[in-house]
Design a protein around this ligand. Structure first.
Ligand code: MV4
Length: 502
């Protein structure tokens, strides 16, 4: 094993702090990097050492692989954790890190390259029995052939860019008549956006749920899955609420999807933490979409239900250690929710709302975890992602996790900027969310800007939530605690005692 003594975290914000904390617990010396806009950031103060790598723009700092490697040489760093975003899925950077004699805490550059390209990912998993959405598994070169396949799978179809992912470079085609034009547009778009015009076709699955499986692999060929996260509540490909486990998977389906995820990881000899994304259709058929070769934003919900520290596991396997557990050792305990708190104004088309955190008081208490990188008085820089915190709650079951989330949202005090906290409360109280009857169209189907005011924690809406929960208790066979209505009522009492917040 190669002992890591000093780890550089090539990231900022909440994830930098998150990774630094686990490194510290493991007795590893830590180095932060920062841009001139982040001089006073918490991750800079938290690390043992910190290096300024450039100007505010990401391209001048957090994306500067050369400056980061230079800092590693200067400070005697022996490993780099890339976090998510920035250089985390850059295979070329991972290769340079390894060539410099350092450990990249993540998968091999080869695995990143295979999964970074959607078509090569499909090719890689071909030898395994992985369900794929009907369509083409090679880049379209012949329009007539493509049209024939499109007619075969049936419209509407999606044209996707092989180099895309996360919703980038997708086009819906509703009929054969518009096929050729849309395909040319898709190719042009992919060429200018990714420098690669390869596109392919998939049947458009309407109203799917987004289910992803966390996997973990070591350098000895062991791969396990850590169950699923449901991320169907999204707005323009930006996740809003994630949860684990999903309320729709049966133990049998969970085991089948888990095995498929392990096979996808096996197909590229995956090491470290990764996520295999699936679509689940209305008949509960599942299809492999893509694999994300990084630690994801929403990893805390998996940590809460498995009791594991994913960053520690990443660091252990990066040191060459074997996974300390097998699949049979892993179980799900309880239920976790994550609400992403963005500095955005839901009343104003979710425009980023930057400014100073005049008031910033985190919620506390049983089952509440806040991953963030800010403190009261700090400015939210305009240069980076507007996510200010991840509010995570854990409970013995989904209902308790929801009740704790509503209570935590109400305790959270943020002034100076608009946030998506109220929007989160709206979603969490919505009958479709509470009952688990939702898909990726939830926000399109159920949200309008005036809806948030209606969900404020006073008056009839609280009663409505209590009514929905009560109705669920009456229809469900399992005995459920009689705390739903009490808890909802206490939320509104707490809120009534305060004014001027938000
Ligand atoms: C799809 C799809 C429907 N059918 N593929 C969006 C993100 C990217 N990972 C894949 N995405 C989708 N692919 C087929 N064949 C619908 C989406 C999609 C979506 C997927 C997951 C979560 C939210 C979504 C929102 C819009 C579209």
């Amino acid at each position: 094993m190669k002992q890591i003594k000093k780890l550089l975290v090539a990231n900022r914000g909440e994830i930098a702090l998150r990774v630094l904390r686990s490194a510290k617990e493991m007795g590893i010396q830590t180095v932060a990097i920062y841009s001139t806009a982040d001089r006073n950031a918490l991750h800079v103060r938290y690390a043992d050492e910190a290096v300024c790598v450039g100007g505010p723009q990401s391209s001048e700092s957090y994306l500067r692989g050369d400056a980061i490697l230079e800092a590693c040489r200067r400070l005697g760093v022996d490993a780099i954790h890339p976090g998510y975003g920035f250089l985390s899925e850059n295979a070329e950077f991972a290769r340079l890190v390894t060539e410099a004699g350092l450990i990249f805490v993540g998968p091999s550059p080869e695995a990143m390259n295979i999964m970074g390209d959607k078509l090569s990912a499909k090719q890689a998993v071909k030898a395994y029995n992985i369900p794929l959405v009907p369509g083409t598994d090679e880049a379209i070169s012949d329009v007539e052939e493509a049209k024939r396949i499109a007619a075969e799978v049936g419209f509407p179809i999606l044209i996707k860019a092989s180099a895309g992912g996360g919703g980038k470079g997708m086009r819906i085609v509703n009929s054969a008549a518009e096929f050729e034009e849309q395909m040319q547009l898709a190719i042009n778009e992919a060429t200018s956006a990714f420098g690669d015009g390869s596109v392919f076709i998939e049947k458009f699955v309407t109203g799917p749920r987004h289910i992803e499986i966390q996997v973990l692999g070591d350098e000895h060929g062991n791969i396990v899955h850590l169950f699923e996260r449901e991320c169907s509540i999204q707005r323009r490909h930006q996740k809003v609420i994630e949860e684990a486990p999903s309320s729709v998977l049966t133990p049998e389906l969970r085991a089948r999807m888990g095995q498929c995820a392990v096979d996808v990881a096996r197909a590229c000899d995956y090491t470290g933490a990764g996520t295999v994304e699936f679509l689940l259709d209305e008949q509960r058929n599942f299809y492999f979409l893509e694999m994300n070769t990084r630690l994801q934003v929403e990893h805390p919900v998996t940590e809460q239900i498995t009791g594991l520290d994913l960053v520690k596991e990443q660091i252990r396997v990066a040191q060459g250690l074997p996974l300390p557990f097998s699949q049979q050792d892993l179980t799900i305990t309880g239920h976790a929710l994550e609400l992403r708190v963005y500095a955005e104004d839901p009343q104003n088309n979710f425009l980023p709302d930057i400014g100073t955190l005049t008031t910033y008081v985190r919620p506390q208490g049983p089952g509440v975890r806040v991953d963030d990188g800010f403190e009261q008085g700090m400015d939210i820089p305009i240069y980076y992602d507007p996510m200010i915190a991840k509010l995570v709650t854990f409970g013995k079951d989904r209902q308790e996790a929801i009740e704790r989330m509503l209570r935590a949202i109400d305790e959270y005090q943020i002034t100076g900027i608009q946030t998506t906290l109220g929007f989160g409360r709206y979603v969490l109280q919505h009958p479709a969310f509470v009952s688990g009857d939702f898909d990726t169209n939830f926000i399109r189907d159920h949200f309008s800007p005036t809806a948030i005011a209606d969900a404020a924690p006073q008056g009839p809406t609280t009663e409505k939530l209590a009514a929905v929960l009560t109705a669920m208790l009456l229809t469900e066979k399992k005995p459920a605690p009689a705390t739903a209505a009490d808890s909802a009522a206490s939320v509104s009492n707490w809120k009534r005692n305060r004014t001027g917040i938000r």
